[in-house]
Design a protein around this ligand. Structure first.
Ligand code: ACO
Length: 330
């Protein structure tokens, strides 16, 4: 392994809403079936926030856990960067609401809209800020309340998405070999209209028409997105490994974005990774976009599948299109 880490994750915390929505719940009002959802996606249930559960509140719970693990107090934080496409409000950034909830008065705070790779993009910002000497204690998050932007009448998307938050403290690496070994980010805006929210933005502001057309919800051309995801995740995995100087045999656990079990299996197959070394929890949480990878890491740590020093390959893909991959030593 050749890369020397600049930054390392020193604490991780996650939070999901309590309410569990099963496939059987969708069968009651959508033309769908548990069998279709499980076979095509691997999803059995997802966590869905109630109307009064805010994204900032989920972020707060995840952040306090991450900060406790890292031994970092609110006033120590100098930057909060939140990857999300389902902010509580269009203005201000939910990162600012979180900053207020935490009492992190010394921290700059902003959101990043990079869809599913939102947390990976946040990690890259944290690493860059630390490399530039601009920050030393960064709270990064990937968090979504996708239920707020999902059309619950569209069977092609309703069954896929869930809510959740993951937070990680990023600090300068200490020279013990732990930390981020490589990050690869990419985007292709030419394909934006395959996965997007047509209305409610400044191009077509909220109006009766937007609401009646339900164009303030996610629209997705599933099959096309599927193909693009498989190709981009395969390429991003290869690039992150090459950049880190790490072979796939040296990776202890692959933690892919949890969008579809078949995409995960194809990505693992391309990388030459047996499924026994791939983290899968899509069955419990569905696709939580930017929260997906930190939620999966959190569960893997709890289950003892990630230990101090484990080498991880993270890889993700989402609306934009955007993609990202990371090799890190935990
Ligand atoms: N229940 C029953 N039938 C359904 C459902 C459902 N919930 N949804 C779609 N179908 C039907 C379709 O209407 C279609 O019927 P038809 O053949 O009569 O036209 C049939 O099932 C097959 O539809 P496909 O879209 O071809 O099914 P596919 O196998 O591609 O699975 C899925 C759909 C699960 C959406 C898949 O394409 C996928 O996972 N795509 C990628 C999603 C993704 O990775 N998104 C990126 C991240 S998300 C983000 O950035 C926020």
């Amino acid at each position: 392994m050749s890369a020397t880490p600049i930054a390392a994750i020193t604490g991780l915390g996650t939070a999901v809403p309590e309410r569990v929505v099963t496939n059987a719940d969708y069968e009651k009002y959508l033309d769908t079936s548990d069998q279709w959802i499980v076979e095509r996606t691997g999803i059995r249930e997802r966590r869905i926030a109630g109307p009064h559960e805010s994204l900032a509140a989920l972020c707060y719970t995840a952040s306090t856990k991450a900060m406790a693990e890292a031994g970092v107090g609110p006033l120590d934080l100098d930057t909060i960067v939140l990857g999300t496409v389902s902010a509580d409000r269009r203005l201000p950034a939910t990162a600012c609401d979180l900053q207020a909830l935490l009492g992190a008065r010394n921290a700059a705070a902003f959101d990043i809209a990079a869809a599913c790779p939102g947390w990976i993009y946040s990690l890259a910002v944290a690493e860059g800020f630390i490399a530039a000497g601009r920050a030393r204690k960064v709270l990064t998050l990937g968090a979504e309340k996708l239920s707020s932007i999902t059309d619950m009448k569209d069977r092609g998307t309703a069954v896929l998405f869930g809510d959740g938050a993951g937070a990680a403290i990023v600090e300068p690496a200490t020279g013990d070999g732990r930390g981020i070994l490589s990050i690869v980010l990419g985007a292709d805006g030419n394909l934006a209209d395959l996965l997007y929210i047509p209305g409610g933005g400044s191009a077509d502001p909220v109006s009766l028409k937007v609401v009646e057309e339900r164009s303030h919800f996610i629209r997705m051309a599933g099959r096309e997105v599927f193909k693009a995801a498989v190709l981009a995740m395969a390429r991003a995995s290869d690039e992150a490994l090459a950049k880190a100087g790490v072979t796939i045999d040296e990776v202890d656990l692959m933690v892919p974005h949890q969008a579809n079990l078949r995409i995960i299996e194809a990505t693992a197959k391309h990388a030459g990774m047996p499924m026994s070394k791939v983290m899968v929890n899509i069955d419990r949480f569905g696709n939580t976009s930017a929260a997906s990878i930190p939620l999966a890491i959190g569960q893997a740590v709890e289950e003892g599948r990630i230990k101090r020093g484990s080498v991880l390959l993270l890889v993700t893909f989402g609306a934009g299109f955007t993609w990202g991959s990371v090799v890190l030593r935990w």
